[in-house]
Design a protein around this ligand. Structure first.
Ligand SMILES: [Zn+2]
Length: 465
């Protein structure tokens, strides 16, 4: 058996690893590389390390775009085998890939308008709705803990990764040349005690483990901190009639926030202020969450048993259409507007920021990771003024940052998870999905804890195991 590291090797996007087993080629994830536009387009469009037509099957860990986002392109390039995932991942991937195709088409339209004026040749979008439709037909959804014979030699089973709805740790039992190899892939590893989701599950007896390392050297506040901090922010907004503007990813983070607010109001820890979720994708994603209670943890299931809807309450309004979204400009504080995108780089959140950022009464609440050079990161770094939709705005609103809501395990949580595996049996940990500085720190911690071998594969590296 051979492992080939194709993407998310010493970087955090474009998750893609290729397994060669007895002549079969199995692709783990087919994520979109996200970075500078031109470079990203080239990297995503060209599969330079394999021929998509020769891939026998794909196993998808979860629906995030950096893990699933390049599947339609793989299909467009000739892949036609099955795509294995959990049922919830399939349903989330459907709306996320449709949304992604829509963004690709809209972006290219914008670029092409300019190129047409300049008399240059026009570009095609990375992929279209048609490619997404063809991709969705290939999905084979399964529940967690089901043994699936995906070939004569390979048996697949999904374990809960506790990262987003449907997220899985992939476990393969592989029979090759009269020996059996137990192999696992973390996908993205979640955290214990996250709301809604179950904690990451232990996998028995692993020989080789591909493990993410996004926060290999960083530490988060515990999740319980968010609840107290959120109550404080709401009280503050209530007292000064502020609008709280929250950039948030539509899938996962928004549902977590809604659930958190729901509980705060239920427990009377904060005054009930109107909450608006302004994102069409969030509305669709919340529907998928409601359809998959089998993924919920004990607390959330118990909450539902009491006939309560974790994603709905009296003062919460979901907004899909543009007119209603514009209407939020005239709503007076106190209130909270949760809108995408999470890094404030695109989408309706930009309009809400533009309308509210110059008022010192208002609050901008940053609850997620913001990559370098994004508007979200500029706000975190207290840059003033900032550019929004082509205009300069003074940052008069108060900017508050939470780092306790991350859906990725931090350094301690990653190490703790690895230690649940049997170190005597585990021959190698391959660190992926992390920047090199984070990986170096994780590697050092694992070796300190007597793990036998830790690798940080670069793109294109291959290992015979
Ligand atoms: Zn993820």
């Amino acid at each position: 058996m051979k492992l080939q590291f194709v993407g998310a090797a010493r970087t955090v996007t474009g998750s893609m690893h290729l397994l060669h087993i007895n002549g079969n080629k199995i692709l783990l994830d087919c994520g979109m590389y996200q970075g500078k536009r031109k470079e990203a387009f080239e990297l995503n469009r060209t599969f330079d390390q394999f021929d998509p037509r020769e891939i026998d099957m794909v196993i998808l860990s979860h629906a995030h775009i950096d893990h699933a986002g390049n599947l339609p392109n793989l299909v467009r390039a000739g892949f036609h085998g099955p795509i294995y995932s959990t049922s919830a991942t399939k349903d989330l991937a459907t709306i996320m890939l449709q949304d992604c195709a829509h963004i690709q088409e809209r972006d290219i339209e914008f670029v092409n308008k300019k190129r047409k004026r300049q008399g240059k040749n026009l570009f095609e979008p990375l992929y279209s709705q048609k490619d997404v439709d063809a991709t969705m037909k290939l999905f084979r959804p399964y529940q967690y803990h089901t043994d699936i014979d995906i070939s004569n030699e390979v048996r697949l089973c999904f374990y809960d990764a506790g990262h987003i709805l449907g997220s899985s740790l992939v476990h393969l039992m592989i029979e090759e040349k009269n020996k059996v190899i137990s192999f696992a892939f973390s996908g993205d590893l979640g955290r214990p005690n996250l709301p809604i989701l179950r904690d990451p599950e232990k996998i028995p007896d692993v020989d080789y483990f591909i493990c993410e390392s996004t926060y290999g050297g960083r530490f988060h506040d515990s999740y319980s901190v968010s609840s107290d901090k959120m109550a404080e922010v709401i009280k503050k907004a209530y007292d000064r009639k502020a609008k709280i503007i929250v950039p948030s990813f539509s899938v996962g983070r928004t549902q977590e926030l809604v659930y958190l607010l729901n509980q705060l109001f239920d427990d009377q820890k904060a005054p009930r202020i109107p909450i608006f979720v302004d994102s069409p994708l969030s509305v669709d994603a919340t529907k998928v969450f409601r359809e998959h209670p089998e993924c919920f943890d004990f607390e959330t299931s118990r909450y539902i048993m009491k006939n309560k809807d974790p994603f709905g309450f009296s003062q919460l309004t979901y907004i899909k259409n543009v007119e209603e979204s514009k209407g939020l400009n005239n709503v007076q504080g106190p209130c909270m507007i949760i809108s995408s995108s999470g890094m404030a780089e695109a989408g309706r959140i930009q309009h809400h920021l533009a309308n509210n950022i110059a008022n010192p009464r208002n609050i901008i609440l940053i609850v997620g990771y913001c990559a370098e050079n994004t508007l979200g990161r500029k706000l975190v770094e207290k840059m003033d003024p900032v550019n929004i939709l082509g205009e300069s705005y003074p940052v008069k609103a108060e900017v508050i940052v939470f780092n306790s809501l991350s859906a990725h395990a931090d350094s301690n949580e990653l190490l703790h998870y690895c230690k649940t595996l049997d170190r005597e049996k585990l021959k190698t940990v391959f660190l992926v999905h992390g920047d090199p500085d984070q990986q170096e720190k994780m590697k050092a911690r694992l070796l300190d804890e007597k793990f036998q071998r830790v690798e940080m594969p670069a793109k294109g590296d291959q290992f015979e195991v």
